[in-house]
Design a protein. Structure first.
Length: 548
């Protein structure tokens, strides 16, 4: 299997990180091939020992097993329930063991994981690694890592919540690769996200308690199971989703069952619901019908958040509010995959974006139900796609999106919010400068801040990068482009500057040197093209280096 360019970078970065670290975390958007990347890394390690994949759900186990076997060509065994893997390792047993985390810790005398000798393994892969801070995961990771100092631990996640970042940084020593939904959309691997904010008068979450950082499920269910609210939510679903495959997330079984019932009244046979107590054979039958397009609406309670892959899904209906960015990202990611074969074989981002735009699924829509949130800070699409923007810009984008009528492209909304925020910042700076004006002009030489030159706001730093200094490679890259190093530059902000310069180069925008010069004469260089900047500089020079 030929790797995509970003996947190859992820593999190479992780292998390099493993030279100096025992553990690494890959952060990759849903639909971008986390398991494929892990399998290619496993292929490099299989000659040094067995590969162990652990996850917390059966679906993830079987998916991971298929990918590992297909890419590494190794033999695999399952350690789960009544299935037991051999303990003879490389001397006659399988190359790959896949197991649930619950199975690993089950039983007496330390759990079933004690059946295995940690020294037989070279790589431990932890899928959905945002769960790795839980005691069960820590117990398993510690067992294998303590028993084998040479073992490498690879975590995979699409959704590290901001509140979890510091804790994940204590489990994983390095984060060699990050690629979020916004990156996938920009590079043409994922479809654009449209948000439709629907106001429902009866939704009042102000009295809902917070339990362990999330909205209390019992309180939330009482609001969302109310008959009038259910009808106010299902009406826009029927009006806006057309005939497109739609996935509905609910907070309780009663809400899922009632929403499916109401939808079927209007469109008989169009909706089903599944939950944790749905028998496995029934669940598989419903999911197969849904995947084939025989069911339009699937209401689910915590089933389709992880390990669920159906590219047909065009509409995501958030029938449950959340304070968890990770949970919202998981739900959103179920709709971001393009249709099969649409982007395969296309070498550049523009071609892939064009192919998606001309396909039967040119974008996806999120139905976001808006009510009285009270004191709660609820999560919306901009919180997920705006990971590289400051919190102020994300909040502004959320407010603007809610106030607009009809669907809103979230990527564009974030760009507009950034520009609006920059305009406000510039006005404040200009007002402050006017306050300091005196009758006599004075001047001084000042170090130029590249963030100010390009009118970009420093991004939010992930917790695991907090305090991390720029690498020599980053500094050399900035110096090569004649970009001054701002005081206190961090690793994350150095990456942001480098990414900005690369994107500007691809878009034929002016260089930093050009931008610095035209900004000096009072022109906005943030979106100025290379040729336009060159022509403007020539005119300024002919004008005696005075503003035109």
């Amino acid at each position: 299997m030929k790797l995509r360019d970003f996947q190859e970078t992820a593999v190479n970065n992780t292998l390099a990180a493993f030279e100096d670290n025992q553990s690494a975390l890959i952060v990759l958007a849903t639909g971008c091939g986390k398991t494929v990347i892990a399998a290619h890394i496993a292929d490099r390690y299989k000659n040094f020992g067995r590969i162990l994949l652990v996850a917390h759900r059966e679906e993830l186990i079987f998916q991971g097993q298929r990918t590992l076997v297909n890419i590494t060509g190794g033999q695999s065994e399952i350690e789960m329930a009544d299935s037991r893997a051999s303990i003879t390792g490389m001397f006659g047993g399988s190359d790959i063991v896949v197991s649930t985390i619950q199975t690993q810790i089950a039983g007496s005398n330390g759990g079933r994981m004690t059946r295995f000798n940690p020294r037989e393994f070279s790589l431990l892969i932890v899928d959905e690694a945002h769960h790795a801070t839980a005691a069960s995961y820590r117990k398993v990771i510690d067992y294998y890592r303590t028993g084998n100092p040479e073992l490498r631990v690879l975590g995979l996640t699409a959704t590290p919540d901001r509140t979890d970042e510091e804790a994940l940084g204590q489990v994983f020593e390095s984060v060699p690769f990050e690629y979020d939904i916004a990156d996938g959309i920009a590079d043409g691997w994922l479809v654009p996200v449209q948000q439709n904010s629907i106001a429902v008068d009866g939704l009042d979450f102000s009295a809902v308690r917070t339990t362990a950082g999330e909205l209390n499920a019992k309180d939330l269910a009482a609001v969302l199971e109310f008959e009038e609210n259910l009808h106010e939510m299902t009406t826009p679903i029927l009006d806006l989703c057309g005939d497109d495959t739609s996935l509905i997330f609910t907070v309780s079984v009663a809400q899922a069952e009632r929403m499916a019932e109401i939808l079927n009244r209007h469109k008989p046979g169009s909706a089903e619901y599944i939950c944790g107590t749905t028998p496995k054979d029934v669940r598989r039958e419903i999911l197969a019908k849904y995947d084939d397009g025989d069911i339009q609406y699937l209401c689910n309670v915590g089933i389709a958040t992880e390990g669920f892959d159906c590219p047909r899904v065009r509409n995501i209906i958030m029938g449950r509010p959340t304070k968890s960015r990770a949970l919202y990202a998981q739900c959103l990611g179920r709709g971001t995959r393009p249709l099969p074969s649409i982007v395969d074989g296309l070498d550049d981002a523009a071609s892939r974006r064009q192919a998606i735009a001309e396909s039967a699924k040119p974008d996806m829509m999120v139905l976001d139900f808006v009510g009285n949130a009270g004191r709660h800070k609820l999560i919306h699409p901009a919180d997920v796609l705006g990971g590289k923007y400051s919190d102020d810009i994300v909040e502004l984008a959320n407010r603007n999106a809610e106030q607009r009528d009809g669907p809103v492209d979230i990527t564009s909304e974030l760009v507009q919010a950034e520009r609006e925020w920059e305009r406000r910042k510039r006005k404040e700076q200009e007002a402050q400068a006017r306050k300091n004006l005196r009758g006599k002009s004075t001047y001084k030489f000042a170090k130029v801040d590249p963030f100010d030159v390009f009118h970009i706001v420093p991004c939010r730093e992930p917790q695991w990068h907090k305090g991390r200094q720029p690498t020599m490679k980053q500094l050399e890259c900035l110096e090569k482009r004649n970009i001054p190093i701002p005081d206190g530059l961090t690793f994350a902000h150095a990456s942001q500057l480098i990414d900005t310069m690369i994107k500007r180069g691809r878009a034929d925008l002016c260089t930093f040197k050009q931008a610095k010069l035209v900004e000096k004469f009072g022109y906005d260089a943030s979106e100025m093209g290379f040729k336009d900047a060159s022509a403007l500089i020539d005119k300024i020079a002919k004008n005696g280096w005075r503003r035109l």
